[in-house]
Design a protein around this ligand. Structure first.
Ligand SMILES: *Cc1c(COP(=O)(O)O)cnc(C)c1O
Length: 359
């Protein structure tokens, strides 16, 4: 059976080698005669997998020792609440930069926990088709933190450069672009990412957080929601999603084999260029709702002139075994999600279809 050319937004394509390894080891992890799912999370076999996943995150992303790497549950959406529960004490306020539906959700959830401000929004002037400039940000110098969404999965925009927040910790939802390229983790107070776009199975969330923020976090909330609980217990306070962590380990291992994040960045930029070039070359047919400087390397969004043409395009794509190209239900149009595991060949095939369509 041929693997689908998968442009799904999330859950999304994973490296075939990572899945094949899981298939091969499904009934027998490391000669133990048991599946990873059947092992105690306190046993040696699982612990090796768990620790390898954490150290691969550290190694690939260059995470400083002054940060904890946590493997948690509940996806990115749970972090929308858990971040303010930990980092937003009474009497303080947090700044949110609204660049799309996910940052709006994060803001709304934080509002139910404490005082929040909107430091900037790009909703009205260009319907989230751009990223605000540094000077547009109305930052509160006394804020507990500033929250951004590094890549806007639905609207197809991405921060090319991260904002300068001075001494206020920068918190980023990197669910849809974590590990797409090397970044300087020390610029952030906290990074969180649901795994199902670039890292592995859904439900699992990776949190990279400065130890001093963990230590200063509120302790008057349930233990299960305190970062300190998970940091103190190496993310083994309660039973972790063992199979998901195992697949994360496999995905990270493939990323390392591919040459790490610098190598992956080069390929990712090439992939995105192929599709954006096709959009620009066929401006008779396609248009992009996104400002050029804000174009995402992970989610490429475009429209055709009529809904009929869009339906025809999807039909042609389907004939070529390509799936997941329909835009998010809230915005319509087309969207190609081209995360790390989407190959250059797949993007070439899509660009060819786009350039040749109706010609
Ligand atoms: C997918 C996504 C989420 C939601 O993730 P869940 O794991 O479903 O909670 C949040 N933020 C961004 C940027 C996303 O792309």
């Amino acid at each position: 059976m041929a693997r689908a050319i998968n442009f799904n937004a999330g859950p999304a394509a994973l490296p075939a080698a990572a899945l094949e390894r899981a298939q091969k080891e499904l009934l027998d992890l490391a000669g133990t005669g048991m599946s990873v799912m059947e092992h105690s999370h306190r046993g040696k076999a699982y612990e090796a997998v768990h620790n390898e996943a954490i150290s691969l995150v550290r190694e690939l992303m260059g995470v400083p020792d002054s940060y904890d790497v946590l493997l948690l549950q509940g996806g990115a959406s749970q972090q929308f609440a858990v971040v303010p529960m930990n980092l937003l004490p009474a009497g303080k306020s947090a700044d949110y930069v609204l660049t799309g539906a996910w940052s709006q959700k994060a803001y709304k959830e934080a509002k139910s926990v404490g005082t929040v401000r909107v430091a900037a929004t790009t909703e009205k002037d260009k319907k989230f088709g751009r990223i605000p400039s540094q000077k547009e940000l109305e930052l509160d110098p006394n804020a507990a933190y500033v929250h951004i969404t590094s890549n806007n999965t639905i609207f197809g925009t991405q921060w090319a450069e991260f904002p300068d927040t001075g001494s206020v910790p920068l918190v980023a939802d990197m669910s849809s672009d974590i590990a797409w390229r090397p970044i300087d983790v020390s610029k952030f107070g906290l990074i969180y990412a649901g795994a199902q776009k670039n890292l592995g199975p859904s439900g699992l969330v990776v949190v990279i957080v400065k130890k001093e923020l963990v230590a200063a976090g509120r302790s008057d909330i349930p233990a299960i929601f305190q970062y300190r609980t998970h940091a103190d217990n190496n993310s083994l306070y309660n039973t972790p999603p063992t199979f998901s962590v195992y697949v994360l380990r496999n995905v990270l291992e493939e990323l390392k084999k591919a040459g790490g994040l610098s190598a992956v960045e080069k390929t990712n930029r090439e992939k995105a260029k192929l599709i954006y070039d096709a959009i620009d070359e066929r401006s008779d047919l396609y248009s992009s709702p996104v400002e050029k400087s804000a174009r995402s390397t992970m989610n490429v969004v475009w429209t055709l002139k009529t809904p009929e043409l869009e339906a025809e395009f999807l039909e042609e794509a389907k004939k070529r075994n390509m799936i997941g190209l329909k835009g998010h239900r809230s915005v319509g149009g087309m969207r190609a999600s081209i995360y790390n595991a989407v190959s250059l060949e797949w993007c070439k095939a899509l660009a060819e279809l786009m350039k040749g369509f109706k010609r």
